[in-house]
Design a protein around this ligand. Structure first.
Ligand SMILES: *[C@@H]1O[C@H](CO)[C@@H](O)[C@H](O)[C@H]1NC(C)=O
Ligand SMILES: *[C@@H]1O[C@H](CO)[C@@H](O)[C@H](O)[C@H]1NC(C)=O
Ligand SMILES: *[C@@H]1O[C@H](CO)[C@@H](O)[C@H](O)[C@H]1NC(C)=O
Ligand SMILES: *[C@@H]1O[C@H](CO)[C@@H](O)[C@H](O)[C@H]1NC(C)=O
Ligand SMILES: *[C@@H]1O[C@H](CO)[C@@H](O)[C@H](O)[C@H]1NC(C)=O
Ligand SMILES: *[C@@H]1O[C@H](CO)[C@@H](O)[C@H](O)[C@H]1NC(C)=O
Ligand SMILES: *[C@@H]1O[C@H](CO)[C@@H](O)[C@H](O)[C@H]1NC(C)=O
Ligand SMILES: *[C@@H]1O[C@H](CO)[C@@H](O)[C@H](O)[C@H]1NC(C)=O
Ligand SMILES: *[C@@H]1O[C@H](CO)[C@@H](O)[C@H](O)[C@H]1NC(C)=O
Ligand SMILES: CC(=O)N[C@H]1CO[C@H](CO)[C@@H](O)[C@@H]1O
Length: 339
């Protein structure tokens, strides 16, 4: 197990604490951690570090290959309404074929710190994730991101191309610039009010038409409850505010203009029936109607990325890995095995 270590990042840290990894296999980590009481499949570890003059911690799982290692590492980045734990099935599949799989919860989400007064940016979340990998001694990884995690994976690939063997974007958000298409700005304080009203009913009402093509299966409930319990939990208020800030983050920090700059080999996996567009709820009807057309956006963005492969699932929505895990994993492994 690693002990305390000073991180050198070319700047003077204003707090005295050093970055460290707390190993959840050897240390008791409370089940109700930073406001989430969800049971993760593997031990939860903590990456403690200093960021923006605060001591923060990222919870993460570190899954070892179940059989023979292939020497590769996969990092799975969760979406805005999800946690590292939502990648459960994918992590099992990747570990079975030899990957070490790292599943972080981003700062502000799930079992990680819910900071007050944090400047959320995709660059900051990418920097935090890179810091975690550096602390773990992982110099190269396959970065796989879903939804907001796909937008983050795009930013990560732009920032750290030499530390990536491949990038996989699963129904990423940010394939279009919603504001440039006419979506009005919504004040963070207003978004916070809506976020604060989140519960099982509101989350399911949002996810059913966007994520699951208007269908609902009992197994989708686990992810709705995982999320609604955070809103109802001990950090619920600050979590709602963190969510309002990350909503603002994805709307005000587009990545779409930079897809042509991606240097890494990239797989774009798109459920065509997805219609996610952050903030479309408050856009006028004529704008709402043109946002989130993934059957068009996937093809457009695949052309923008220099080294992209596009795999479409014509009948699936925003979360193909949850809607049809077997089909999704066959497609993912098929591509990963090629190179
Ligand atoms: C934690 O310790 C266990 C057993 O000692 C080890 O297998 C695992 O890789 C460690 N995890 C981390 C994140 O250091
Ligand atoms: C472990 O990997 C070996 C070599 O690839 C394979 O023959 C064996 O079936 C695998 N075992 C399991 C339990 O997956
Ligand atoms: C995680 O995956 C394991 C093995 O596939 C399964 O037993 C468990 O129910 C899953 N947990 C969740 C929360 O989906
Ligand atoms: C990322 O790649 C660069 C260039 O190869 C290397 O200098 C750096 O140490 C790598 N980062 C990590 C965390 O290993
Ligand atoms: C990471 O993998 C990519 C692709 O295989 C390679 O180009 C790059 O040099 C590797 N980086 C490091 C730090 O090993
Ligand atoms: C969620 O909140 C709405 C509006 O306040 C309410 O009508 C609904 O019953 C709540 N659902 C749950 C599961 O608490
Ligand atoms: C988890 O937290 C939620 C919200 O506080 C609570 O309703 C639920 O009973 C908790 N579940 C467990 C198993 O502690
Ligand atoms: C795409 O990436 C693969 C793997 O790194 C490489 O073999 C191939 O030449 C690249 N293709 C282009 C068009 O850059
Ligand atoms: C998406 O765009 C295509 C091509 O313009 C159009 O045929 C289709 O109806 C649009 N889908 C939705 C859901 O708006
Ligand atoms: C910021 C914060 O509240 N972090 C807490 C997360 O949970 C761990 C474990 O209980 C605490 O040590 C942290 O203080």
């Amino acid at each position: 197990m690693k002990t305390s270590k000073v991180i050198v990042v070319g700047l003077t840290l204003l707090t005295s604490s050093a970055a460290e990894i707390i190993n959840g296999t050897n240390t008791a980590i409370p089940k109700d951690l930073n406001g989430s009481n969800f049971t993760y499949q593997w031990p939860v570890n903590l990456y403690r570090f200093s960021s923006q003059r605060q001591d923060v911690e990222m919870a993460f799982m570190d899954v070892r290959p179940t059989n023979v290692s292939n020497g590769k590492v996969a990092v799975l980045l969760h979406g805005k309404n999800f946690c590292g734990a939502t990648w459960n099935a994918t992590a099992n599949v990747l570990a079975r074929v030899g990957y070490r799989v790292i599943l972080p919860d981003q700062i502000g989400f799930c079992k990680s710190t819910k900071p007050e007064g944090y400047q959320f940016s995709l660059q900051q979340l990418a920097t935090n994730t890179y810091g975690l990998l550096r602390e773990l001694g992982v110099s190269n990884a396959t970065i796989i991101g879903h939804s907001m995690g796909g937008m983050l994976a795009t930013r990560y690939s732009l920032m750290y191309p030499s530390n990536i063997s491949a990038t996989v974007l699963v129904n990423p958000i940010g394939l279009e610039d919603w504001k440039a298409k006419g979506e009005p700005y919504q004040n963070i304080d207003v978004t916070y009010i809506t976020e604060s009203a989140s519960n099982y009913t509101t989350i399911r009402a949002y996810e059913q038409p966007t994520y699951y093509v208007n269908t609902w299966q009992p197994e989708y409930d686990v992810w709705v409850n995982m999320l609604s319990n955070i809103y109802a939990g001990s950090k619920g208020r600050i979590f709602a505010y963190n969510q309002a800030l990350t909503t603002d983050m994805v709307i005000t920090q587009p990545v779409v203009y930079e897809f042509p700059l991606l240097k890494t080999k990239t797989l774009l996996m798109i459920g065509d029936k997805d219609n996610t567009a952050i903030g479309k709820q408050w856009a006028p009807p004529e704008v709402r109607a043109i946002l989130g057309n993934y059957s068009v956006l996937g093809k457009e963005v695949a052309k923008m990325i220099p080294n992209a492969t596009l795999i479409e699932f014509e009948d699936l929505g925003h979360a193909p890995q949850i809607q049809e895990p077997a089909r999704f994993h066959d497609a993912l492994l098929g591509w990963l095995n090629k190179g």
